[in-house]
Design a protein around this ligand. Sequence first.
Ligand code: NAD
Length: 356
Amino acid sequence: MEINLSRKFGSNKKVLITGGAGFIGSAVIRKLLKDTEAKIINIDKLTYASDLTSIEKTLNALGNESKKRYSFHKIDLCDADATNKIVRQISPDIIIHLAAESHVDRSIEGPKVFLQSNIIGTFNILNAALSNYLLLSQQKKEEFIFHHVSTDEVFGSLEEDGFFNEKTAYSPRSPYSATKASSDFLVNAWFHTYGLPILITNCSNNYGPWQFPEKLIPVVINKALNNLEIPIYGDGLNIRDWLYVDDHVEALIYVICKGKIGESYCIGGNNEKTNIECVKEICSNLDRINPKSKKYENNITFIKDRLGHDKRYAIDASKIKLELGWEPKTKFSEGINLTVEWYFNNLDWVTSILNK
Ligand code: NAD
């Protein structure tokens, strides 16, 4: 990484991460443990989607020094008192806020918990951050950052043309994206009204190892390996812009190190794929890694479309590229190959997390 990490993530810095037991949060923690000396405080409610195995493995591989600078606290951000208490106790230099309910299908079936965690949870962590921020010295205030990790789904759905960018009007269409949009608005309000130093990022779909097997890519790999039908919504022509999770993590670090307070940055992979293209690429990787008598793609089945299924997401990531110098490194063919191999080699983890 062509960036100096020691200023923001030196040994004297405390980074509080919400949702650090989730897919992206745990990748952020693994990266900070490996490449920085900062103290890392992970707060997470530990929902069904969470898992600490990858962090534990990293801590064991890195040894005692890293164990001393990492701590985990089981906290639900909907509990305002517990959230306030931990933020006051830690007095972090940086908060990276990733905690959220994140699966669109679940938000359609049961939106209430999305409103609670994504809106009230964000409200509580913002309030806790602000009341602690107001107690900081002037120098600490100048260095403090509240980084809110959001999604491109807040912008709604694109037709065949055009891209989302930082100026695109919000138009969320699922309960999930509506709650994420609400949280973005709250974060902006805490900046403009109370002066809390914030950054927001809106990222496209992530994929990679350790993702809970309910999202498209791990679902497909898991079903295919178990010789089950591979379900695809509708006609399979919905388009997503896929980003390898480690590239997202690097983008978050660039934004924290070089971003302008109060601004938002769109992050994307320049990797638009229809769902059917994505699934076929997974299948052909499996044909190579674990050949069977018939091709995996024979198991593809088209199922009834998701309600309100957004047609296309695509990001114009030129702001983060031109202003901060970040661009994605991992080609889809490379990232999907790594991901398929990882799931193939970690089927025990998939089974254990699904049975939890
Ligand atoms: P995830 O579902 O894997 O992890 C979310 C984590 O948040 C879990 O560990 C969960 O236990 C925790 N959490 C949920 N509610 C909580 C609460 N009330 N209090 C404390 N912890 C709580 O999600 P992810 O894919 O890692 O996404 C992380 C963030 O990134 C989310 O805010 C999501 O909206 C955003 N995002 C995700 C993607 C993607 O493709 N996965 C893309 C763009 C943005």
